[in-house]
Design a protein around this ligand. Structure first.
Ligand code: G6P
Length: 466
């Protein structure tokens, strides 16, 4: 029987206790997998040096197989090359990269460990779908070990231009490794172009018809598959969340004030400094909003032991302290800044309550918060999405109030516009965005990718059988 094996570093919590700090990949893949099931292989989230065998656990129609990381693997692979080289590079922050040869070799070693464990799991006919920047070399390692199955790769982050990619030593290996997949998926046209240009200009490869690329005897197909959300379900989940104590407490604490909400991992790609400065300016320049709005920023700590994240946390603390010290009153708190997450239905209910969803990353692969915010709204009284033009989601959700996330004044203007927007314009913009999300939801994202993977590998697999 043909099975789907999804592989990613981060695996959604299998016991339903998620507090929403896992980020877009876990949320998106979970929603996609829940429907047809499969095997989900990845890191357990635990670090230990004992070298225990992988843990297997089945929940619903998903079998989770997870491995622990040794301390050195965690340091060099996760904290090191993945999150101190590839993440800043792919998010246009090369000045934050901390490259070392040792981290690169730890990254390759951890990928090899994933490959070795997967060899015990993969059966002929399985479809293998690998996700994100942590596991770029994994496809080639599986091929080298003799795996002939269809192998696809999806990158959840942006992919850089060749100019930027060149800033990392050995960048050619990243491009070459991706060419070992049958199908490589990107979030946006710009990411796809970055890869194609990298292959043609950086490696001297050829761009062929039907999104095919060739380098020597290697062929691969690369296309755009913008990830999405479970559109039809989210409004219902949000409504169910209105029964939680947390939601009720938030609602009554507002006292009819307008609510602005931001939900982001505490990450420098999310534009939180500029966002806080824009809110500061809103309160400084528009007296009408004093005592009339509350900005709730939910930012669970993420990768806190990577230096750049620690520095960011301190910086945001200062900005938050400044806003509160300047504008708060003994009976009005303009900003509520929380380093913790909430259960999913509670957050969705909060989205539904919020007059403004503020999503202003400096660079983001897609940003599913933006899509979830839209899908959670009440059609008769929807809130307004203020969205960064640097998020992949802006390509599709152009009916949002689009802002440049580096332009603090533009974010302030966007916020004022959103807070004052008349109902008919809110409905009109929301409807346009919902049309997009209804046409392209998480299930069509998954089926499109897997159908294409099946299609591009069919001739090859037929030859292998013959
Ligand atoms: C982004 C990445 C994911 C990652 C998530 C959370 O969405 O694309 O691969 O899982 O952030 O980050 P973490 O380091 O906690 O897995």
């Amino acid at each position: 029987m043909s099975r789907l094996i999804v592989v990613s570093n981060r695996v959604a919590k299998s016991d339903g206790t998620s507090k929403g700090s896992e980020g877009g990949l876990a949320v998106g893949v979970m929603a996609a997998m829940e429907k047809d099931g499969g095997i989900w292989f990845g890191w357990s989230g635990k670090v230990d040096n004992k070298g225990e065998a992988p843990k297997r656990e089945t929940r619903g129609n998903i079998e989770y197989i997870t491995v622990n990381l040794k301390q050195s693997e965690y340091n060099q692979y996760y904290k090191g090359y993945a999150n101190s080289v590839l993440w800043p590079l792919f998010h246009q922050r090369p000045e934050l990269m901390q490259y070392s040869d040792a981290d690169l070799s730890g990254y390759l070693q951890a990928n090899r460990k994933f490959a070795d464990e997967l060899l015990n799991v993969i059966q002929p006919g399985d479809t293998i779908w690998i996700h994100d920047y942590h596991l770029i070399p994994l496809g080639k390692m599986l091929r080298d070990a003799g795996i002939r199955n269809a192998i696809g790769f999806f990158l959840h982050t942006p992919f850089p231009s060749l100019d930027l990619l060149r800033t990392v030593p050995g960048y050619q290996k990243i491009l070459k490794a991706l060419l070992h997949y049958d199908l490589v998926g990107f979030q946006t046209i710009a990411d796809h172009m970055g890869f194609c240009m990298g292959v043609s200009q950086g490696l001297g490869g050829e761009i062929l018809k039907n999104d095919r690329l060739r380098l020597g005897d290697r062929h691969c197909t690369a296309r755009v598959y913008p990830i999405s959300v479970e559109t039809s379900a989210l409004a219902g989940v949000a409504q169910a969340g209105e029964n939680t104590q947390e939601y009720k407490r938030l609602y009554s604490s507002l006292n009819d004030r307008k609510l602005i909400i931001g939900v982001d991992r505490l990450d420098y790609s999310k534009g939180l400094v500029q966002r806080f400065q824009a809110y500061d300016r809103l309160l400084g320049h528009y007296e009408e909003f004093i005592r009339q709005v509350v900005y709730l920023q939910i930012s669970p700590t993420s990768r806190g032991d990577v230096q750049a994240y620690g520095n960011l946390a301190k910086r945001i603390d200062r900005e938050a302290g400044h806003i509160i010290g300047t504008y708060a009153d003994f009976d009005w708190m303009p900003l509520r800044y929380l380093n913790r997450g909430f259960r999913r239905r509670t957050v969705l209910a909060m989205y539904r309550l919020a007059n403004v969803g503020l999503v202003t990353p400096l660079k983001d692969g897609m940003n599913l918060v933006a899509k979830e915010y839209v899908a959670a709204q009440n059609p008769e009284n929807p809130g307004v999405l203020v969205l960064s033009e640097m998020a992949g989601a802006a390509d599709e959700l152009d009916a949002a109030v689009i802002v440049n996330p580096y332009d603090v004044g533009a974010i302030t203007g966007g916020l004022a516009k959103a807070l004052n927007m008349p109902l008919d314009e809110r409905i009109d913009r929301w409807r346009k965005m919902m049309d997009v999300l209804e046409q392209h939801d998480i299930h069509s994202w998954q089926s499109q990718f897997l159908e294409d993977l099946n299609f591009v590998t069919a001739p090859k697999l037929a030859t292998a059988v013959n």
